[in-house]
Design a protein around this ligand. Structure first.
Ligand code: AR6
Length: 169
């Protein structure tokens, strides 16, 4: 049984086996959660990302996939980087967003992580409407078979928190 927990706050302040990063396919950092994770986690995360680029992802990590690195100074063992889809009103990309949660949990299972903290992937700079992002996140995590015991959604503001809470009710 996986327990789903909602927390309002900054994901870089969380303690969990794995913290998920809403990255971009370059794996070289950016704004939003990605910027915050690299800032607080320190240079070890970027060093691992560069090594992954060199070994496997020269063309970038494809949208919907996930890959793990060290968590550096964060209170976690791993950061799982996933690349959410940009929201495009004329195209249904929800399967790609669902894939971010599925693939992140698959990687978490490979690592043996028991607790995983997720941000609202794609719901910031990538423009996904929060209610729909919350629906996809909650539905997907509920449907996944995983040994992860706790999935924690860490929502940055009240609006995001409420959108996720409404889906869990
Ligand atoms: N803790 C928890 N949630 C946060 C934090 C934080 N510290 N900071 C922001 N959020 P975003 P995306 C929320 O933009 O939409 C980057 O440049 C934020 O309010 O971080 O997937 C990457 O490199 C929003 O609800 O990720 C990519 O280029 C949610 O996290 C691009 O942004 C996701 O917002 C990815 O965009």
């Amino acid at each position: 049984m996986t327990t789903i927990v909602l927390v309002r706050g900054d994901i870089t302040r969380q303690s969990a086996d794995a913290i998920v990063n809403a990255a971009n396919s370059s794996l070289l950092g950016g704004g939003g959660v990605d910027g915050a994770i690299h800032r607080r986690g320190g240079p070890a995360i970027l060093a691992d990302c560069r090594a992954l680029r060199a070994s496997h992802y020269g063309k970038g990590l494809p949208t919907g996939q996930a890959v793990a690195t060290t968590a550096g100074e964060l209170d976690a063992r791993w950061v799982i980087h996933t690349v959410g889809p940009r929201f495009l009103p004329e195209e249904d990309r929800s399967e790609l967003l669902a894939s971010c949660y599925r693939e992140s949990l698959r990687v978490a299972d490979e690592l043996g992580a028991r607790s995983v903290a997720f941000p609202a992937v794609s719901a910031g700079i990538y423009g996904w409407p929060m209610d729909d992002a919350a629906r996809i996140a909650v539905e997907t995590v509920r449907a996944v078979e995983t040994a992860v015991e706790e999935v924690r959604f860490v929502l940055f503001d009240e609006r995001a928190y409420e959108a996720f809470a409404a889906r869990l009710r």
